[in-house]
Design a protein around this ligand. Structure first.
Ligand code: SF4
Length: 322
């Protein structure tokens, strides 16, 4: 069996930064460090951090006063920020800078007097965070069909922003429908859409051209991982979302010569390696990596967690992978 790895795959710069924030907070302040919501949507990452003394909570009421508290990469609504301040929590914000950029775009559009439309998935923490960061109503649109049900007058000034884990390709149909529906509509430049989402989706499309079956390493609650699996299905390839190699089923590989393997933006490379090792249970495996984009995006650490010796806010080259 040949295993072909997508390039790029796995951790994005926002996830690397979020995990590094928690790791450095543990080093600097010692455990326990509290994290609101899963720092990133991956059980393996969460369990490893728990073992180091991180406590994950959904509600800030469960955090003791003055405790160091990390907001996850998905971002939080304003009322959560206010509640943290009221309780005297010492906040370290791991919101991905690209999510913050969406918040800033939304605020700017609302300040211009436009009704804001958010393209995203209801209930996703990033969507809740973005809605709660904008003063004024934010109208959620999940599908092209939702556009038809909007009651906003067609000549009203409107603007749209998108959840970062939807790519340009995911959103273009909805954006086109919005542009048909409204005469005065603006939105961010395409270049502002998350590079990592776009690149991982493009890579899995390439993978579909050469693989008989697609495996996506990622969590069930990971929006971007689910989307990678859907792209495999859209290309008529049997596609499976798996947490790790333990979930492989032999019947998936009957008459399969080439397995395409990728990972969502919150899945560490160690899980990809575990899948490869587990595939060896079914027979000899050759591994190769598809040509693809090499990413060099890196976000800076918060000033409070700069390197104590050099003052550098760069992510450490030897950043520990949980
Ligand atoms: S997927 Fe994109 S927006 Fe989300 S954390 Fe990663 S870099 Fe940031």
């Amino acid at each position: 069996m040949k295993v072909i790895l997508a390039q790029p795959r796995g951790f994005c710069a926002g996830v690397v930064r979020a995990i590094e924030i928690v790791e450095r907070a543990l080093e600097k302040y010692g455990p326990p460090i509290y994290v609101r919501h899963e720092i990133v949507h991956n059980k393996y990452v969460v369990e490893r951090l728990k073992a180091k003394g991180v406590k994950f909570v959904e509600d800030l009421a469960d955090v003791p006063a003055n405790a160091h508290t990390v907001f996850s990469a998905h971002g939080v609504p304003k009322d959560v920020e206010a509640a943290a301040q009221d309780r005297g929590l010492r906040v370290l914000d791991a919101t991905c800078p690209l999510v913050t950029k969406v918040h800033n775009h939304g605020r700017r559009y609302v300040a211009q007097g436009r009704t804001l439309i958010l393209i995203g998935h209801d209930g996703h923490p990033e969507v809740e965070g973005t809605r709660g960061q904008i003063a004024g109503p934010v109208v959620l649109v999940q599908t092209e069909r939702d556009v038809d049900t909007l009651t906003i007058p067609s000549d009203a000034p409107v603007a749209y922003v998108t959840q970062t884990t939807l790519s340009v390709d995911d959103t273009k149909g909805i954006i086109a429908a919005l542009q048909r529906r409204f005469s005065d509509i603006i939105g961010p430049e395409t270049k502002d859409i998350c590079y990592a989402t776009q690149n991982r989706q493009a890579a899995v499309r390439e993978l579909c051209k050469v693989a008989d079956v697609i495996l996506v390493v990622g969590a069930e609650n990971s929006s971007n991982s689910n989307r990678l699996r859907e792209i495999g299905e859209e290309a008529s390839k049997p596609s499976y979302l798996i947490a790790d190699g333990n979930e492989l089923k032999p019947e998936w590989f009957t008459d399969v010569d080439v397995v395409g393997l990728t990972a969502g933006a919150s899945a560490p490379e160690v899980l990809v390696k575990h899948v490869i090792e587990s595939l060896r249970r079914f027979g000899p495996v050759d591994v190769e990596t598809l040509d693809g984009r090499v990413e060099a995006v890196e976000f800076r650490m918060p000033a409070e967690l700069a390197d104590p010796l050099t003052g550098s806010r760069k992510i450490r080259a030897t950043a520990p992978q949980p």
